[in-house]
Write a protein that binds this ligand. Structure first.
Ligand code: MTE
Length: 333
């Protein structure tokens, strides 16, 4: 293992990006889907009808195609095998392959999410209640990691706004803070002090209310695999991946801008907003381009995969640009 480790994220050598087993299983699955005339993002029901195994072995969680503007991008979804084996989930190790290997110890039932702080109706929600709170939607989002790779994932969930409306934020609620599970017994990565645990993230209230801000419960028509943040996570397609907190246990409404874990770890490198912006470089690397996982030669991803230009707000400028009108995005990075 040859890692170039610095204060923040870890950069890997080309041969380590996609293990051959992952590449082969993906090819096999895609060939099977292609032979049956199924698009890779075909609804789980189509897989069942065709009598072929579904992308995984998890419980089905279907969603109706979302009607939210911008919620269904046309880009080709990243293969299920890649979405579920190339992850960042530091509670299970800093290596991209570690979450898939170690997140099996995460217990996702029983699970509660405490919604609290500056709200008129604070409540500890049981997961089963959250699952029924609003109709599940399928949303095909681009996800761009601050490190320079990107994916396209068919998520299942509903707008966080659905939950926010029910708890009725008070006039003092200006920001929302997300706290994720930190349990040493289930999460071996907590032994390393890479971050100040628990992992926390934050949004301005209007960002959290934006219909594209997804409270995610599944992907590819099934419940979330543990390594992708089961049983409930945020998905914010116009922000760098680290803003999308996984395995959430607390959502707190506050008056002052909260400091998130990555901001605390490196305030010059990971800003509170962290909107995808090709014009604002990370202090140690350019953010102008990205590598789409699986887009290399023969579906293999490596540091030689052709880079594609990164779009402003990750391509969601028409939908979210207004949230930042008049702001100096170099200052508020
Ligand atoms: N949430 C928690 N609790 N812990 C983490 O380490 N990593 C973040 C984010 N949410 C992380 C997290 C980062 S850096 C990214 S890029 C995305 O999750 C990755 O999500 P994915 O593995 O589903 O692609």
């Amino acid at each position: 293992m040859h890692l170039l480790k610095d204060r923040g994220f870890i950069h890997r050598t080309p041969s380590e990006i996609t293990p051959p087993a992952v590449y082969h299983s993906r090819r096999e699955w895609m060939q099977r889907a292609a032979a049956l005339g199924l698009a890779p993002w075909a609804a789980s029901g189509a897989f069942a009808q065709a009598g072929i195994p579904r992308p995984g072995k998890l419980a089905p969680l279907p969603g109706a195609k979302s009607a939210v503007a911008g919620a269904l991008v046309m880009d080709k979804p990243t293969a299920y095998a890649d979405v579920t084996s190339y992850n960042n989930f530091y509670e299970f190790g800093t290596d991209k392959a570690s979450p898939a290997h170690y997140a099996g110890t995460l217990k996702t039932r029983p699970w509660t999410v405490s919604v609290e702080g500056e709200v008129k109706r604070p409540k500890v929600y049981d997961l089963e209640e959250l699952l029924k709170l609003a109709p599940m939607e399928e949303r095909i989002y681009r996800l761009r990691c601050v490190e320079g790779w990107s994916m396209v994932v068919p998520w299942v969930g509903y707008s966080l706004a659905e939950l926010i409306k029910r708890v009725e934020p008070t006039g003092n609620a200006k920001f929302v803070q997300f706290t994720t599970l930190a349990d040493k017994a289930q999460m071996p990565g907590l032994r390393a002090s890479v971050l100040d645990w628990p992992y926390t993230e934050g949004l301005r209230l209007d960002e959290a209310m934006h219909p594209l801000a997804l409270l995610g419960f599944g992907l590819y028509g099934e419940v979330l695999p543990n390594q992708n943040g089961a049983p409930v996570r945020m998905v914010l397609p116009w922000k760098y991946g680290f803003k999308s907190a996984k395995s959430i246990v607390k959502i707190r409404f506050v008056e002052k801008q909260p400091v998130s874990s990555w901001e605390r770890a490196g305030p010059d490198e990971y800003g509170f907003y962290s909107n995808v912006n090709p014009q604002v470089d990370h202090p140690r690397w350019s953010q102008a381009t990205e590598r789409r996982i699986g887009e290399g030669e023969g579906g293999f991803s490596s540091l030689f995969t052709k880079r594609r230009p990164t779009q402003m707000f990750n391509g969601y400028e028409a939908q979210v640009g207004q949230l930042y009108a008049g702001m100096d995005l170099k200052k508020y990075f």
